[in-house]
Design a protein around this ligand. Structure first.
Ligand code: BGP
Length: 469
């Protein structure tokens, strides 16, 4: 089977991880500009001040993407370039920058796929309460509408938010992302609700403009599976899916929150403060949401917790993907299993979990339109005689594209695949050591770009529309 001609082969990046130029051309300061400079927060105290300098090298980077045959490029807009203070006055230089990126993509026939929020929040808004403050939702709609009007003539695919579970979870439970708060479930659930509300408002605002494009949201896709057939563990997996999956998919796709979670949050006193009007907006927007973006890296293997819970020290590793932590409510924990494969950072490699998860999603939500908006291998790539030999990445993407193929054959409606990432970039907490790109960036040689083995391989896959996978 070949992938259909309208299936998009793409790759993704995010503003903070790639652009640099953190204080240039009128850009405001963001939560990440501040947070990454607190000693010990990131690996080797790396930050995005320069990142891989895409801000100045975007022409070279997009030319390479075109050479690779990329059909679509998913990138994010830094809110603080458009509104340095989050709201108020627009910074024209920010609009110009993204217009240049879009036009450069279109020059090569690359479809621009825009994420509006990939975690870099203008610091002024963070200081005013960030996602706990409902005015942030209003500010987001203003910012989003400005982007729709400025770019919507040429951009036909908008993602409102990237991975709500991550920036809220890391922000209010693990304290690993800004605002760095630990163990505060009440705040965590409140922030998620404010984000769903902002998403719904943005969807409605977009549809009012009649721009004839599509809008959706990108969620983490980490389906939970029980480690064995035991009833307790099966219960734990269902519980995990309710909190980690349905809580994030239901409001966007169905316009309501899962009853199972609501009941428990009510008992525990963690129910967000929401108004009937906000719930009505979420409901109204759901039918207008055009697609769901899935960021799949790994499934979760879960085990029911019994007896007293041993507290696990939060490390950068287990806060960012390595299994081992108990859930916030101490119902289950994620585990590593002897018969599974893992990356150097302890993330499970499971194309089968991908197919099973996609089948489960179809069962629950029907044939909704999906894009795989992230998938890829974080690795330390070997350089042999000057060439970047990233064979494990080729294997990883090959296996996962085959999984996508299988799912399509099962009737799952997937319209595109975006590898993470187009080019090596800054990993939020893991610096430059953890690489994901098809294009290597040499930090010892003025950030020179170099094509990896996977660059040529992906080119071939796109050319043949994945026929040989
Ligand atoms: C996703 C984020 C990306 C990217 C990726 C890899 O959660 O959307 O921005 O960072 O994960 O994560 P990491 O860099 O931690 O390996």
């Amino acid at each position: 089977m070949k992938f259909a001609n309208d299936f998009l082969f793409g790759a993704a990046t995010a503003s903070y991880q790639i652009e640099g130029a953190w204080n240039e051309d009128g850009k405001g300061v963001t939560n990440w500009d501040e947070f990454s400079k607190i000693p010990g927060k990131t690996f080797e105290n790396t930050n995005g001040d320069v990142a891989v300098d895409h801000y100045h090298r975007y022409k070279e980077d997009i030319a390479l993407m075109a050479e690779m045959g990329l059909e679509s490029y998913r990138f994010s807009i830094s809110w603080a370039r458009i509104y340095p203070e989050g709201t108020g006055k627009i910074n024209q230089q920010g609009i110009d920058f993204y217009n240049n990126i879009i036009d450069e993509c279109l020059k090569y026939g690359i479809v621009p796929f825009i994420t509006l929020y990939h975690w870099d929040l203008p610091l002024t808004l963070e200081k005013a309460g960030g996602w706990l403050n409902k005015t942030t939702a209003q500010a987001f709609v203003q910012y989003a509408s400005t982007c729709f009007k400025a770019f919507g003539d040429r951009v036909k695919h908008f993602i409102t938010f990237n991975e709500t579970v991550v920036f809220c979870g890391h922000g209010y439970l693990e304290g690993a992302h800004p605002p760095g708060i630990q163990n505060d479930p009440k705040k965590y659930f409140q922030a998620t609700h404010n984000v769903f509300y902002a998403h719904a408002l943005a969807v409605l605002a977009y549809k009012e403009l009649n721009l004839f494009g599509e809008i959706g949201l990108s969620n983490v896709f980490a389906p939970a599976f029980a480690i064995d057939e035991q009833q307790d563990n099966i219960f734990a997996a269902n519980h995990a899916n309710q909190y980690q999956l349905n809580w994030y998919y239901d409001p966007v796709l169905l316009g309501r929150y899962p009853e199972y979670v609501i009941e428990r949050l009510e008992q525990q006193g963690y129910l967000p403060d929401w108004t009937l009007e906000e719930l009505a907006i979420i409901k109204k927007a759901a039918p207008f949401n055009d697609f769901m973006g899935l960021n799949y890296y790994q499934p979760v293997r879960v085990e029911k917790l019994t007896g007293p819970v041993q507290s696990v020290e939060l490390t950068r590793e287990n806060a960012t993907g390595r299994p081992g932590k108990p859930s916030f409510d101490h119902v289950y924990r994620s585990v590593m299993m002897d018969d599974k494969r893992y990356t150097k950072w302890g993330w499970e490699i499971s194309p089968d979990g991908f197919v099973d998860g996609l089948d489960m999603l179809k069962q629950q939500y029907g044939q909704i339109k999906l894009y795989i908006t992230e998938n890829g291998l974080g690795d330390e790539d070997p350089i042999i005689d000057g060439d970047v030999r990233d064979t494990p990445r080729i294997e990883y993407i090959s296996e996962h594209l085959s999984a996508v193929k299988q799912a399509i054959q099962h009737g799952v409606h997937i319209k595109g695949y975006f590898a993470w990432s187009a080019i090596d970039l800054l990993s939020w907490l893991n610096g430059y050591k953890k690489q994901y790109g098809f294009i290597y960036v040499d930090h010892n040689d003025n950030l020179a770009r170099k094509k990896k083995d996977s660059f040529h391989w992906y080119h071939g896959i796109i050319q043949s529309r994945g026929q040989d996978l």
